[in-house]
Design a protein around this ligand. Sequence first.
Ligand SMILES: Cc1cc2nc3c(=O)[nH]c(=O)nc-3n(C[C@H](O)[C@H](O)[C@H](O)COP(=O)(O)O)c2cc1C
Length: 254
Amino acid sequence: MTPFEAIFNRKSIRHYRKEAVPDNILEKIQDFDGELLPMFPYVKTVTKVFREEEFSHKELMFQVRAPYYLAIYAQELEGCQENAGNMMQQIALYLHGRGVGSCFLGLLKPPKGAECPEGMKFIIMLAFGYPKEELNRDCSRADRLPLEKLCVFKQEPLKATSQLLEAARLAPSSMNSQPWKFVVYRNRIHIFVSEKRALKPVGKWSSINMGIMMANILLTAEEYWIDVVMTRSENLAEKTIPHYSYTGSVLVKP
Ligand SMILES: Cc1cc2nc3c(=O)[nH]c(=O)nc-3n(C[C@H](O)[C@H](O)[C@H](O)COP(=O)(O)O)c2cc1C
């Protein structure tokens, strides 16, 4: 299964078998060497695999137990959280395609004493391994808001625009908060993030969630050969939704 196909089949896995993941997969997810689609190529990211035994009992208390955990670190630059979320989602989809389940973990930090790559900060952890439960879930069974709830349609979208939106809708997010909204024109999508602070912890992962959602858009664009440009327009005339702030736009080139 390709990473694109995995968008429609992946679910978070919270129970794992104690079976080793082959070295070539472990190596691959620590050295993608330019194979991932970055949102911000100028933000360097590094991934590192930890084994369950490297954490103390206390560190893993109340966490999803898995044989492996993948930490992603990024340079402390603007967009680093989005970029790391975007990269990690592509890795999660790659792993899914190889039969390996995963679950983002918002609260788990690298084990005490683990060195942070110089000039970088830790962003987010992904538990992974072979699942004890069913790996796949048909997207019709995913607990996600329908597009009518997520979008303000200003024009009839092109087929390509709709394909991007459907993939974005299916993205995982912390506590399934789905903090995004889309203002949709024929060939452009203006993207907004919720400013809601009621569920306080969710705000902390907002940028990571947005990066994860963008990974689904970028992989879909690549799959269907849709030429997209990511922009940030300063003209806010068509970009206001109460309680949401504008993050950027995706333009579908004709
Ligand atoms: C940034 C982020 C942090 C998350 N943190 C946790 C976590 O700490 N524990 C957990 O069990 N799931 C966590 N999840 C998984 C979400 O709960 C899950 O993606 C969401 O409920 C949707 O379910 P699905 O992935 O099965 O479609 C996290 C997801 C994201 C994107």
